[in-house]
Design a protein. Structure first.
Length: 335
């Protein structure tokens, strides 16, 4: 690592890395993210910021950083997906990192991911690092992943992350330009869980996934009722459709007992995580599963067996989720 960092300072022929940032009402975070970009030990980078018609000071803050390395554009369309695609179209890097404006990453993630890519990868390889979380109150969730290993078969990675409901955000990955192009970019018709759908499409087009330990991307988790992605009934239908799109992609590449077991847990974990929003859609979810010949797992705590038997799975899960939210609010006020 140290030797590679020393060579980076001397060798301007190393591949260009494009950091692509969709920007919408993130005035609190965009300056810090651009500072992070510019202090990277890997110097051969370009930053393309695409403002998606922000109504706060995000655009004016980003414009202050504009230079030959930082380009600030305005999205000719509307929406995060089109902003990402527009940034990609206006970038030149051989390697690409999509980075949301309100998230952040460890300081050496780019230099170490490029090092791994050049050492062991090819033009269809994806390199990734761990994901950590932080909530809106500043509480760190710590490391939230444990699929932290190389995968010679990309489908193994997808099935494994489904089985254990592991989610990596886009800035945890370093993509090659070729992989993004093969994936077809970001589907602009998808308005929720866009990263899940894009990453799935990119992974199935890749040759392998290589893991870089010690580095990480941090995802800021906001209360959906206060944030941009408020879970309206319409959005929940769209989310359900994306979940099943991902399921079908995996089944099209590998349809075996282990894959179906992983998919069953994957769907169940989504439902369990927000039972209040998913409850009206349970018949729809059941019908989608039936068409595919699959089931979904009702996640249960072994300590609450009696409660499940008395109240049923749905009511018990609603109570659990309600108590969790109360606990989070109490801890925040106490802190």
């Amino acid at each position: 690592m140290d030797e590679f960092k020393d060579n980076i300072k001397k060798d301007s022929s190393l591949p260009l890395v494009s950091i692509l940032i969709p920007l919408y009402n993130a005035e609190q975070y965009i300056g810090g993210l651009l500072d992070w970009c510019l202090r990277q030990p890997y110097k051969n980078i370009e930053v393309v910021v695409v403002d998606d018609h922000s109504t706060d000071k995000s655009y004016s803050i980003a414009k202050k950083y504009e230079s030959d390395r930082v380009h600030v554009l305005t999205n000719p369309k509307k929406g995060a997906q089109s902003a990402r695609n527009f940034a990609f179209e206006n970038s030149k890097g051989r390697f690409v990192k999509f980075h949301d404006a309100d998230d952040y990453s460890s300081d050496n993630i780019i230099v170490r991911q490029v090092e791994r890519m050049l050492k062991d990868g090819d033009e269809d390889t994806i390199v990734f690092s761990s994901r950590h979380t932080i909530d809106e109150y500043g509480n760190y969730g710590g490391k939230a992943t444990f699929a932290d290993k190389d995968f010679d078969d990309p489908i193994d990675h997808l099935v494994f992350t489904m089985k254990y409901f592991i989610h990596y955000n886009p800035h945890c990955y370093l993509f090659t330009r070729q992989t993004v192009e093969k994936a077809g970019g970001w589907d602009e018709s998808v308005v929720i869980a866009q990263d899940t759908y894009f990453i799935t499409n990119a992974i199935v087009k890749s040759s392998k996934l290589l893991f870089v330990a010690g580095e990480y991307g941090v995802w800021r988790i906001f209360d959906d009722n206060k944030h941009l992605h408020k879970r309206t009934p319409e959005k929940m239908v769209q989310l359900t459709d994306v979940i099943f799109k991902v399921v079908e992609i995996v089944l099209n590449h590998r349809d075996d007992e282990y894959s179906r077991e992983s998919i069953s847990f994957y769907i169940g974990r989504f439902v369990y995580g927000d039972i209040k929003s998913f409850a009206p859609l349970l018949p729809y979810i059941d019908s989608r599963c039936k068409k595919l010949g699959i089931t979904w797992t009702k996640i249960k705590s072994p300590r609450l067996g009696i409660l499940y038997s008395i109240l049923g799975w749905k009511r018990t899960t609603l109570i659990i989720q309600y108590l969790k939210k109360l606990s989070q609010k109490f801890l925040h006020r106490k802190g």
